[in-house]
Design a binder for this molecule. Sequence first.
Ligand SMILES: O=C(CO)COP(=O)(O)O
Length: 120
Amino acid sequence: MEIAIIAHDGKKAEMVQFLNEHREILQQKNINLVSTGTTGEKVSKAGFQVTAMLSGPLGGDAQIAARVAEGKCNMVIFFRDPLDKHPHEPDILMLMRLCDVHNVALATNPTTAELLIKAI
Ligand SMILES: O=C(CO)COP(=O)(O)O
């Protein structure tokens, strides 16, 4: 199973904390993590194996959106920062739209992400 993890700058620490709290489940279930570029760097430093795409503003969200459309990515955990502006907002909306088009689970905050992870 492939899970995409993405976090805006104001949410990256929260993402690392979330993954640390669920490390056991993620490892037991043989999950492949993919991520946007900078999120991937942080998560990899925390000891997780992750395949990093481009950084979000350079097309990383779009790359993950393509994986969703192609049926490669089964879940997206995207800690968005709703209090910040993002130059690549169209890519972000595209990713969320494609999750809905293809009925792929999408969590945009830790509470929802926790419910999804526990359901795996
Ligand atoms: O911008 C992002 C999501 O929209 C995240 O990208 P980074 O992980 O490269 O910071």
